[in-house]
Each structure stands twice: as C-alpha cells, then as structure tokens.
Design a protein around this ligand. Structure first.
Ligand code: UTP
Length: 294
C-alpha cells in the first residue's frame, strides 16, 4: 500500500533549548530563512506524502499560522512586483500539503503523542517525522523518509531510520542489535534506549524518522508504562515488532540536524547558510575572516 500520510510529533516541551522555546515552539526556530518544521514538511512532500498531521499543544498555534494563507501579507506583496520572489515563497507555505493538527492534551511522551494520530492514520502504514530532527538531502539524494518508505513497501515491515553515531554519543540516543539484509537495510533484533557504555550493541541509533504499520497503535495501548520514566516508551512498543521479526532499519543518506539542542541549531544554521544561494558566498567569506581571528 502506498504511504501518503505522515505525522509530526511537535508537542514536546523543548526544555533543552529554553528560553528560546518558551514562547516560540522549537519546531518554529529558524534555519536561515525557514522554520525547522518547514524543512520536515518539504522532505515529506518530496517523498510523495500528501497528508500531514502535526501533534501540537497549547502555545503552538503559530505552526498552524505558518502553513496557512496570510491574506494581508500576501495582498500587500501582490501589489509590489519587486517582491514577487518573496510572495512565491510565502504562498508556497500554504500549498505544500494537506495539513491537519491535533493537540496532545498532556505532555506524556512520544508514544502518547503518536497515539493521538490514530483516527487520522486509520488502517494505513504511515511515516513519523520527529519535529526537532531536520534531515537535509544532498543534490540527487532521495529524501530520508522516502528511503524508509521504499524499504517498508519492499519488506512490509516497520522501518526505523538510523545512522552510526560516535560511540561516546550512543548513550544519549539508543543502540540497535542488527543483522544486514542488503546495502543500507538491516533487520532489527533489539533496541536499548539510552544504553550504558557496556550495553552498546552497535553504534546505530534511531534518528528522527520511522515508518510504522497501523498495528503500532494497539501495541502502544498494551505496552506497559515504564516504572522509572512513568510513561510508555515508543521504543518498548517497537520492540514487540522486532520480537516478531517485523522491524527493519535503514541507514539513511542525508545530513541530520538535531534542533532539540543548542549546538545542533547552530550547526544547522551554519551549514545551511554556507550552501544558501543568496547568502552562501558572503557567509563563507565572513566565516573565513572570523576563523582567522580565533
Ligand atoms: P524529545 O524528547 O526530543 O522532545 O521528543 P522534548 O520533550 O521537547 O525535549 P526536551 O528534552 O524537553 O528538550 C522527540 C519529539 O517528540 C515530540 C517532541 O516535540 C519532539 O519533536 N514530543 C515529545 C511530543 O510530541 N510529545 C511529548 O510528550 C514528547
């Protein structure tokens, strides 16, 4: 079945980027000239996704505004031929995809946020794109979520997007036990969330992109609350798929930026600015000059 729906959980508190995320959702923090969530929506659209549900909460209404028409602004820009390019960029935001929103009424973790998408998803496989993970495809590269969707369509199993991370960073993410199936695709046997150094099974960690069968909602419902964390962990639900040999991993191609922490935000802005058609050259000269003073 062709995958046409994606959900973007964006209801987290963003505590690691406070106070920037106090009034502005971290998903709306910009990378050069677009908010992070627009890069994610564009990645989905490039992969053939047509319908996107954003899981929001109180104070995140600005996400809806961003993907809506801005009547006054657009009317003003229409009257000024020298702003035609800007008008095109503004109008594009509201024409990217069919956008839907649902509120997670309590911040009870990622698995709970995903379960808020149940009626939107229905009985179809769907993509999950974490609202604070931006993955930029290089020239001639397929969008990361499209690489996972292809693997889902080929094997009919859930898919997690992974990359190898430096060993010292694995305890911040998770570690996967995998065996290869083909180039860049592996079967997942086990996942340990935030492992201690002696629990590391491989340096493959899940980084913000997943494709799931609709059965995941029933699995989340029967997954027990973690006694330490006090919430249902999405990893625990995915482990049920792994135990049934129904979970694969794709080592996706693309550059991933973690917009959930300060260094990740700065790296994203710096790297995207260096490649930006309008400011790239000037920014490179500025960085070179700056580096020579350090
Ligand atoms: P994170 O754990 O990275 O986001 O969740 P967070 O909770 O906002 O981060 P910190 O630790 O407080 O800084 C991964 C994704 O899941 C969403 C987040 O918005 C993020 O995109 N999420 C998390 C929800 O939608 N609901 C939740 O209850 C928790």
């Amino acid at each position: 079945m062709k995958i046409t729906k994606a959900i973007i959980p964006a209801a987290g508190l963003g505590t690691r980027v406070l106070p920037a995320s106090k009034a502005v959702p971290k998903e709306m923090l910009n990378i050069v000239d677009k908010p992070a969530i627009q890069y994610i929506v564009e990645e989905a659209v490039a992969a053939g996704i047509t319908d996107i549900l954003v899981i929001t909460n109180r104070g995140k209404g600005v996400i809806e505004d961003h993907f809506d028409h801005a009547f006054e602004l657009e009317t003003k820009l229409q009257g000024n031929p020298s702003k035609a390019d800007i008008l095109e960029q503004v109008e594009k935001c509201s024409a990217l995809a069919n956008m839907y929103y649902v509120r997670q009424k309590e911040t009870k973790g990622l698995a709970h946020a995903i379960s808020c998408a149940r009626s939107f998803v229905g009985n179809e496989p769907f993509a999950i794109m974490y609202g604070d993970d931006v993955i930029v495809a290089g020239e001639n590269e397929a969008p990361a979520i499209g690489q996972l969707m292809d693997a889902y369509e080929k094997y009919g199993c859930g898919v997690v997007g992974v990359n190898e991370v430096p060993r010292k960073d694995v305890p911040k993410y998770c570690s996967l036990d995998v065996t290869p199936l083909e180039d860049r695709i592996m079967q997942v046997h086990n996942i340990i969330e935030k492992p201690t150094p002696d629990q590391i099974m491989s340096c493959y960690s899940i980084l913000g992109r997943v494709v799931m069968p609709p059965e995941i909602f029933d699995i989340i419902d029967r997954t027990p609350v973690d006694p330490k964390g006090g919430e249902v962990y999405f990893t625990d639900a995915m482990l049920e798929l792994a135990a049934a040999d129904k979970l694969n991993a794709v080592d996706f191609v693309g550059t991933r930026y973690d917009m959930g922490n300060k260094l990740g935000i700065m790296k994203a802005n710096c790297e995207v600015a260096l490649r930006h058609p309008e400011i790239g050259e000037d920014f490179k000269a500025y960085i070179k000059d700056l580096a020579s003073q350090l």
